[in-house]
Design a protein around this ligand. Structure first.
Ligand code: NAD
Length: 515
């Protein structure tokens, strides 16, 4: 291992050069196949991890259910206190864990740390929530009756997560799930196992200190077969899945076929629209971060850019200048803004998409190739790319599919209505942003004939959401909502309880059934 890597692993007490156990259900274990965690920057193998076998998954599920049966009777504010302690532990390890995210996933350090901060923030949120997960009292039409809508813990929540947010997505789910009185079992991406082991260890310490079962926050590393067991298991009340549309379609159908609950957070294909009255000093850097941040590997990355004809030349000129100033490098270096793609497969996807752009005679304004990257020849570095396809037919695959790489496709429009139509003309509906100073455009954009996405921003880019609002997308993005807002309501089971405290037993709707 390079010292760069060993320092980060040691700071989190991850043993070096030793096979790691990738399953936690109160004990660390694992008897499945061995996977490698590979650094996207250098190509070095960071660790070997023994993943979950089918028997491990089934045992962990049993332990998780036992943990739930114990935890559901713990009062919610007491559950919040556990989350407060998890928050403190995470805050103490923020920099170290953030560096591990950078090492293993490849995003730049401030984004790695930012992800851990997001977990800390959602813990704060859930601590408050633990005293506010209120039901309702509903006015009854019958005298001497009252109706309560009561939230109770749901059961076991399986969290299946994607590689690109290896901490935050689990954090959103774990915090709400624990506050709601559930037990959680996590299947992280098979390419970010180290991060999941480090996070689980931190939580396990807190649970153990509070004499709670470790399986309240269980871990089963592995790939598709492990995910399939969880998705198909009747022992899992809620499957919270984050990943591609392709896999989400399979997962959603499998869960519904057994009448389970699911939250689907799938791919995005996000557009920014720039009006002629926009403040370009905000819009240009906003689009730049949206398209290039995380090397284009956010579900909310800006993939489509619609420019009003009047400002298009100036906008593109300024944007290309920013692109040209980018220096790829080690994402652990504080000066780096552009790290590698996560895997060689992502580089292949990038290359084949650029090839396709060339085949349809798109103008490649910037990028379109890899970088010569000594001393990081083993890394997955590609040039962020700006392209102007000839066709603005949104059904063409260049517009209608999410390519998880830093490729920004540009089209020119004349009327806002046209740009909104394009915005809405793709299967996905995650994030969208409009740059304007005209209130009338804002009204149109956020209203019934506006953007059909789950995130509809004005003078703010497509990526970089806060935890307070519920996060998620519509249409083929899966309609899921996580994190803030009313998202917690999905992690409980709701009952309507009619209580008669009178001496009569009248029926609803005035129905008469007297003998
Ligand atoms: P992916 O779909 O390849 O994998 C996601 C998870 O599903 C992984 O843990 C994987 O092991 C598991 N999996 C694969 N096949 C499975 C099966 N048949 N049954 C059960 N589980 C299975 O996604 P990825 O490449 O890791 O992540 C990138 C994708 O995730 C992008 O499309 C991105 O937009 C999306 N994403 C969406 C959000 C959101 O909130 N909407 C957030 C982050 C990422």
């Amino acid at each position: 291992l390079t010292t760069r890597a060993s320092g980060i692993l040691s700071a989190l007490n991850i043993p070096l050069n030793k096979e790691l156990s990738g399953v936690y259900d109160g004990q660390w274990k694992g008897s499945g196949e061995v996977i490698e965690s590979v650094c996207p920057t250098t190509g070095e193998v960071l660790a070997r991890i023994r993943t979950a076998s089918p028997a491990d998954v089934s045992e962990t599920l049993t332990k998780t259910r036992e943990a739930y049966l114990q935890f559901r009777d713990v009062p919610a504010p007491r559950r919040g206190e556990i989350l407060r302690q998890i928050r403190e532990r995470l805050a103490n390890k923020r920099e170290e864990l953030g560096a591990l995210v950078t090492l293993e996933m490849g995003k730049i350090r401030s984004e790695g740390v930012g992800e851990v901060q997001e977990f800390i923030d959602i813990c704060d949120y859930a601590v408050g929530l633990s005293r506010m997960m209120n039901g309702r009292i509903v006015a009854s039409e019958r005298p001497g009756h009252t109706i309560l809508e009561v939230p109770n813990p749901l059961g076991v929540v399986a969290v299946l997560s994607a590689f690109n947010f290896p901490v935050a997505v689990y954090g959103w789910n774990l915090a709400l799930s624990l506050a709601a009185g559930n037990a959680t079992i996590w299947k992280p991406s098979p390419t970010t196992p180290l991060t999941s082991i480090a996070v689980t260890s931190i939580i396990a310490e807190v649970l153990s200190k509070n004499n709670l079962p470790g399986a309240l926050a269980g871990l089963v590393t592995g790939g598709q077969p492990v995910g399939e067991v969880l998705v198909g298991s009747k022992e899992v009340e809620l499957v919270s899945f984050t990943g591609s549309e392709r896999v989400g379609r399979i997962v959603g159908q499998a869960v519904v076929s057994r009448f389970g609950k699911s939250i689907l957070e799938l791919g995005g294909n996000n557009a920014s629209i720039v009006m002629p009255d926009a403040d370009l000093s905000l819009a240009v850097p906003g689009v730049f971060f949206g398209a290039v941040g995380t090397a284009g590997q956010r579900c909310t990355s800006t993939r489509r850019l619609f420019l009003h004809r009047d400002i298009a030349p100036e906008f593109l000129q300024r944007l290309q200048k920013l692109y040209a100033s980018l220096k790829p490098g080690d994402p652990l270096d504080d000066n780096t803004l552009l790290g590698p793609l996560h895997t060689p497969a992502a580089v292949n996807l990038y290359e084949s998409t650029v090839e396709y752009l060339r085949s349809i005679d798109a103008d490649i304004l910037f990028g379109g190739k890899g970088y010569e990257m000594t001393p990081y020849d083993g890394g997955n570095f590609v040039q962020p790319t700006i392209a102007v396809p000839k066709s603005v037919e949104m059904s063409d695959r260049i517009w209608s599919t999410e390519t998880f790489a830093p490729i920004l496709n540009v089209a020119i429009f004349d009327e806002l209505e046209e740009a909104i139509r394009w915005n809405n003309a793709v299967p996905q509906g995650l994030s969208s942003s409009l740059w304007t100073r005209d209130l009338r455009n804002v009204g149109k954009w956020t209203g019934p004939s506006g953007s059909d996405a789950g995130i509809v921003n004005v003078n703010a880019g497509t990526s970089g959401a806060e935890i307070g609002a519920s996060f998620g997308g519509n249409k083929s993005t899966g309609w899921g909502r996580e994190s803030g807002g009313d998202a917690w309501k999905q992690y409980v089971r709701w009952s309507a309880c009619t209580i008669n405290f009178s001496n009569e037993a009248p029926l609803a709707q005035g129905v008469n059934f007297n003998i």
